[in-house]
Write a protein of this length. Structure first.
Ligand SMILES: [Zn+2]
Length: 250
């Protein structure tokens, strides 16, 4: 049976011409579920481009309402949406791209009490700018063997990395990279600023990594992509495990 309807084949007709979108890969693409925590400057373009790339199942998690100061980078929203819940408006806008995609929403911020709602996701994305949430998601994903993508954008700088948590023999996680940041008060975009373009680039890099990983187009595991969005320099850094990481139980 078809994984995509005739209408969807029309929507994605230019995309599905590409060699990477074989019959076999379309089966995978139509089934994967991506959880996005934080529908902000990264989560907006990420969710848009995943739906535009044929992903049919998303879970969006965010408790915030839309404010004017979001509009420079949160491109699913406009002035008419001020005061509404981000996840409600995002779901509505994403369904306008493909009515047949399934968008689940959780309209409160992620916490240890609702984390389990994410357990059927193939990949969980941290698109928040909150280090406590990043640590929480990192630990949850390791313990439940769920693949985890960490993304951040601040000023013009962006960094994105995908951890393959199904590979128990080779532990690498967010804590291996940033072991000393546990109690550090990180700079926030409300204080130091953020370029909407750089946040958008981070969302696009994250989307491509998710497609690459899910369809096995390129090995994305443990490669941190960093960029100065202004100068358009991109680097891919191979990350190594930290022997004494407290989350490494193997
Ligand atoms: Zn670790």
């Amino acid at each position: 049976m078809y994984n995509y309807s005739e209408k969807e084949y029309e929507i994605f007709s230019r995309l599905f011409i590409l060699n990477e979108y074989s019959e076999e890969n379309l089966k995978i693409l139509s089934k994967i579920k991506i959880g996005i925590v934080g529908i902000g400057g990264i989560g907006c373009p990420l969710s848009q481009y995943l739906v535009s790339s044929g992903v049919k199942k998303l879970l969006l998690v965010d408790g915030d309402i839309i404010e004017k100061s979001n509009l420079n980078r949160q491109i699913l929203f406009n002035l008419n949406d001020i005061g509404q819940k981000k996840v409600d408006v995002a779901k509505h806008k994403l369904k306008l791209i493909n009515t047949e995609c399934k968008i689940d929403i959780i309209d409160v911020n992620v916490s240890s009490s609702n984390l389990n709602s994410l357990n059927d996701c193939n990949i969980i994305v941290d698109a928040t700018d909150d280090w406590f949430t990043s640590k929480l998601l990192n630990e949850y994903c390791i313990k439940n063997s769920i693949n985890f993508l960490y993304s951040s954008a601040l000023r013009h700088d962006l960094q994105i990395i995908l951890f393959n948590n199904k590979n128990k023999d080779n532990h690498i996680c967010l804590n291996c990279i940033f072991p000393n940041r546990n109690d550090v008060d990180l700079p926030r975009c409300s204080v130091v600023g953020i370029s909407g373009i750089s946040a958008g680039l981070a969302g696009l890099v994250a989307a491509q990594k998710i497609i690459n990983f899910s369809l096995n187009l390129r090995d994305e595991t443990n490669i941190m992509t960093i960029s100065d969005g202004k100068n358009l320099n991109f680097d891919n850094i191979i990350i190594k495990s930290k022997d004494d990481c407290y989350l490494n139980s193997t």
